[in-house]
Structures are given as C-alpha cells and as structure tokens.
Design a protein around this ligand. Structure first.
Ligand code: ATP
Ligand code: MG
Length: 590
C-alpha cells in the first residue's frame, strides 16, 4: 500500500476524553474515531489490525474443530422468552419493537440463537461433538462505556458454543478450547492468566476467564503465592479459622431479639465503620456491619463483620440468581432504619436477614447500628443456630483456598471467557439427539467468548512506549513501513522498485511515499507502530545501504547488498518476529 493513496489519519494531540493509553493511541494513530458513547468507527488502518486479530482467532477455532456461522444480530423476544432470559437480562440488552409491534433485542450474546438453530441441525449422537462459532457484532447498552473499545456498547465478539454427549465429552472440548485460547493470545503477543470465574447466573459447572494483568484492569484477581490458586475476586471463597466453631458463650446465649437492654452509644455523624471504631476505641472486627439490598424487589439485610465487604455476586447466587440492588435511602427509611446506623435488631420484619460466615469469628458480643439516627448499640449477641453463608468479598492477605499461604491481588483485563453451561439451553430449546441405544439424549453445552476490539486495545495497553504503539507482528496494520526520503524521479523509481520487490516476496508493506518531512514520516511510523521500519535515504541511494529498525526495541541494522539480498534480510527478520510468537503459542499449548 502507498501512504499517498491510503489515509494516515494521525493526530498530534491527545483526545481530551482518553484516560488510558490504548484509547489515546488508537485515536492518535488513526485506528478509530469516536461516534458517541461506546461507539467507535474503525478506520482503514484500524480495520487491518482488527482483521488480523480476527484471523488468528478464526485459524485457532478452525484448528480446534469449530465451524464458523453467521447469525442475525437482531433476535426476536420469543427466543429469550423460551430460555427465561427476557426478564433476566436487564438494561444492558437493547430492546425495541419493530413495525409489526414485535419485540426484539440486539444480541448481547447468542446462546439462545445457536441452541435454537442447532436443535434443527442435529439428529444423532454421531453428529456430536459439535462446536459452532461466529465472529460478529454484539450490542450491550453498558451503563458506563469507557476506556475506548475496551468497554464499548457495540463490539465484535468471537462466540463459540459446543454440544457434547455428556460431561466427560464436554471436559475434552473445554480443554481443547482452553488450549486454543492460550494459543490465540500468545500468537497476539499477550500473556494471559486463566482464573476461575463465577458461574452463578448462567448456571454452569465450571468457568475460566483469560486475564491480561494490567493496572487499568477492571477485574480484581486473587492469586496465591506459588500460583496454585488463581481466581476472580468475585468467586474467591473466604474461610475463617474458627468458622463453625461457636464458643461456649455463644452457644449459651439467646438472641436478644430487640434492642432493649443493650448498651447505647451516641455516635453523631459517624456513618462509617472506621468512624465508629475510632470513636468507641475498638477494632473494626468488633462491629457488625449491616447492608440493605433489594433482591428481585424483596428487602434483604446482609450482616457481616465490620472489616468485610459484601460480594454481591455471592449474594445473588445465594438468592437463586436474584438481581441484587443496594437499597436507596428512601427504601432504608421504609424498612425502619437510617443510612449509616443500620443494624439487625428492630429492622422491619419484611427484611430477610442473611448472616455472613465472618461473624463466626469474633463476638460473641457485637456493636450494631441502632436503626436510629446517631446511635449504635453494644452487646448484641447472635442466635447460634443461625445459618451462616459465605457472602464476603475475599481480599489480599486472606488465606489461599489451595492452602498455599496468603492471597495477593492483581488487576486484570478480561479478554476471553470459557464456560461449561450444562443443559440449561439444550433443555429450553429441546436440543436432542438419538443415542446409541435409540433413546433421545440432551447434549451438554459449553460457551466461549473473545472480544475482538477489546483484545486489540489490550495489545496496545501492553505494547506501547511514549512514542506510540509497538505492535506484535501478527496484529500490526502493516508488517513493514518503508520510509523513503527520495529526491527526484530517479530515487523515487528506485524506492518503488524496492517496494515492489518486498511486496512480491509476500511482505505486507506500507510505503510512505508522501512528500512530507522525514520527521513527520518517522513520527507517524513510530506512533502507528509498524514492527519493522526500513529507511531509504541518502545512504541507500548513494551507497546501497538500507537501515532496518525493529520498533519493539529500537535496534538498528545497516543492511547492504543487491535488492534480492536486502529483501532476504528483511524476510529473515520478519520470520524471526513471527517465530517468537509461535514459540510462545507452542509453550501455551501444554
Ligand atoms: P465484563 O465483565 O468485562 O463486562 P462479560 O463478563 O460481560 O465482560 P462475556 O459475556 O464473558 O463478558 O463476553 C466475552 C468477551 O467479550 C469478554 O471476555 C470481552 O473480551 C468481550 N466483551 C464483553 N463486554 C464487552 C464490551 N462492553 N466491550 C468490549 N468487549 C466486551
Ligand atoms: Mg465474563
């Protein structure tokens, strides 16, 4: 491609709304432009990278035996009603009525569509295992689109769905996809950490997210010291040394049932655990924290130790997947309490109380909110027969569930997600095959997603410096930039000849033939981040010396020889860059 016929839409200044490097660089390098909240145009340069990423994903999916489809983005409500998710999906799913007054949704995911389609396509156990996928647009009306294409509203996902005879066969497919995922990310220059993830609302039996460690990551991962345990904080169980070990005092104690007789503490304006602890000169662990929620519209009070926070995913799972929302100040009032002074005693009977496991360690007397402005009470003793469940958010310093020391926290960007789904959708869509014995069988499903745009941005997040992007060769818009500083027809003809030789040798080259200043051309090449830059200036036109610069580490080589020899040297460097990625992918396969 000739730069003069292409569109180098680079910008000198940072966009005002970009807070992360990938977003800033994608705009400045002319890969994308913003249309509106969570909506981005892909420009030709960006689309080239996008297609390369897509193709790496496609190659690995095909190699894993998956079959490519393309399904409509628009999905009739009927499908979602059949699975019971029309109600469940919430506001992220964009819904509207068409001209025939039929409700539709823009697909945020396609379990329903694929299950319904596959139910028509398979008949016998011999048709299994079946793994189907597409690389296509998804729409999610994200409440807070941000970080450019990392969290946008319209994006492209590779979503795959597998159908197997039984759990054992699903295990094999799942492992295959796990390897394919590791290979995809390694080939794209990303090193990923697979972590255990929550399976809650989707109702499956196993799930892993592929995380790229990054300071800007929105996910919190908890990892044990020697890496034996890795999980999303959402999912990490918290254990307590004394869980289940009720002290004699606790066993004997009766619940007081009301606040009468408890010691009252005046705590004016002290709405946080830290304030109250300081004022009363006690540890946060001496205080019982009560947090009010509405779960599918019904009030729930979560009681936990003062040093702990609620894990809303665990809470939702405990309440059969209910949608859990924090109570508003008005709702708190209606339940007979006051924000900042909530406690389990004297609260409206409508609120169901759930007890976190953390309360099994500590006590037996707790300081609680008095459900009255400016007051807390001390000496509250809990019913020892209460049911305790793990509802707390695990944190750094907690013991590793694998028994190897304590957990540490890292931030990560989720680029992919694999999931054992079970039979939820195959049952809902009556996907059955005839078994070997002639009886009908319901296959078990798995689902597997990779965000294409998010992967693109994550690569930049990992691979950039203060001058621009450092693309791994597999994802670069062009593998090679040929920057010529040619004067006169003769030199231009020589540069063209070299460009044509490179192209004929199978290289993906952008020839910057623009009549721009050398500084502008070099600046653009560094900003856009082509992995190999060839400079053709005085040295070449006078002495036949070509400068070859590797963008990733700035290493410069002076190459000389005839055109064929020079092309040979460039090809060799290109092969080395691909081989490095392939080596990582091979390592990731095991
Ligand atoms: P998140 O927790 O970040 O919202 P998710 O768990 O909802 O993601 P999945 O439903 O597992 O995501 O989707 C599979 C993949 O699609 C994700 O791993 C991610 O790469 C991509 N993805 C999901 N939501 C978005 C989005 N709003 N913008 C860009 N990519 C997305
Ligand atoms: Mg996910």
């Amino acid at each position: 491609m000739l730069a003069s016929r292409s569109l180098i839409a680079t910008l000198r200044d940072d966009p005002g709304d970009a807070v992360v490097a990938s977003h800033r660089l994608m705009i400045r390098a002319g890969l994308v432009r913003k249309l509106g909240a969570g909506l981005y145009h892909l420009l030709p340069m960006g689309l080239r990278t996008f297609r390369k990423i897509e193709n790496v994903i496609r190659e690995e999916m095909n190699a894993a035996g998956a079959l490519e489809f393309q399904l409509p983005i628009l999905t009739p409500s009927e499908l979602w009603e059949q699975s019971g998710r029309w109600e469940k999906m919430g506001k992220e799913m964009m819904r509207f009525k068409d001209r025939h007054e039929v409700w539709n949704a823009l697909g945020p995911t396609h379990e329903e569509s694929f299950s319904s389609l596959v139910s028509e396509l398979i008949k016998s156990y011999r048709d299994l295992p079946l793994n189907v996928y597409q690389i296509h647009t998804k729409f999610r009306d994200e409440i807070r689109p941000r970080f450019g294409v990392i969290r946008s509203r319209e994006f492209c996902m590779k979503d795959a769905y597998s159908f197997d005879l039984d759990e054992k066969a699903l295990d094999i497919t799942y492992q295959k996809m796990r390897v394919a995922y590791r290979r995809i990310f390694a080939r794209l220059g990303l090193s990923t950490v697979p972590v255990e993830a929550d399976t809650g609302a989707m109702g499956g039996t196993g799930s892993e997210e592929f995380m790229v460690p990054s300071e800007i990551g929105e996910e919190t991962l908890l990892v044990s010291e020697n890496d034996k345990y890795r999980s999303n904080q959402e999912k990490t169980p918290v254990s307590y040394a004394k869980a289940g070990d009720f002290s004699a005092a606790n066993q004997a104690a009766q619940p007081t049932g009301d606040l009468k007789g408890l010691e009252r503490h005046h705590t004016p304006g002290m709405k946080t655990i830290a304030d109250v602890a300081k004022h009363l000169n006690v540890a946060a662990t001496a205080i019982l924290k009560t947090v009010l929620y509405y779960a599918d519209g019904k009030p729930v009070a979560v009681c936990l130790r003062g040093d702990r926070d609620v894990n809303e995913i665990k809470l939702s799972n405990h309440l059969d997947g209910a949608t859990v929302l924090p109570a508003t100040p008005q709702q708190i009032k209606e339940l007979g309490s006051v924000i900042g002074f909530i406690g389990p005693l004297g609260l409206s009977k409508d609120a169901r109380i759930v007890w976190d496991l953390s309360l099994t360690e500590g006590g037996p007397e707790w300081i609680v909110g008095a459900n009255e402005a400016e007051y807390h009470c001390g000496g509250c003793v809990l019913d020892p027969a209460r049911e305790s469940v793990d509802l707390a958010l695990a944190q750094a310093g907690d013991p590793s569930p694998a028994g190897d020391g304590v957990l540490k926290e890292i931030k990560g960007i989720e680029v992919g997600h694999i999931f054992k789904l079970g039979k939820k959708y195959t049952e809902a869509f009556k996907v059955t095959v005839q078994g070997e014995d002639g009886r009908p069988l319901t296959p078990v499903m798995g689902c597997y997603g990779v965000g294409v745009n998010r992967t693109m941005a994550t690569i930049i997040e990992q691979w950039h410096d203060d001058k621009g992007i450092l693309w791994p060769i597999s994802a670069a818009p062009y593998e090679i930039a040929l920057v010529s500083i040619a004067k006169g027809e003769d030199e231009i003809a020589k540069a063209r000849e070299f460009y044509e030789a490179l192209t004929a040798a199978g290289c993906d080259v952008l020839w910057d033939d623009r009549p721009a200043r050398p500084g502008v051309k070099f600046g653009d090449a560094e900003l856009i981040g082509y992995p190999i830059r060839l400079t053709m200036g005085k040295g070449y036109f006078q002495d036949g010396e070509l400068e070859v610069v590797r963008r990733a580490d700035g290493e410069q080589l002076k190459c000389s020889g005839d055109t064929a020899a020079l092309v040979g040297q460039v090809l060799k460097l290109r092969e080395e860059l691909y081989a490095e990625l392939e080596h990582n992918a091979a390592g990731a396969s095991t």
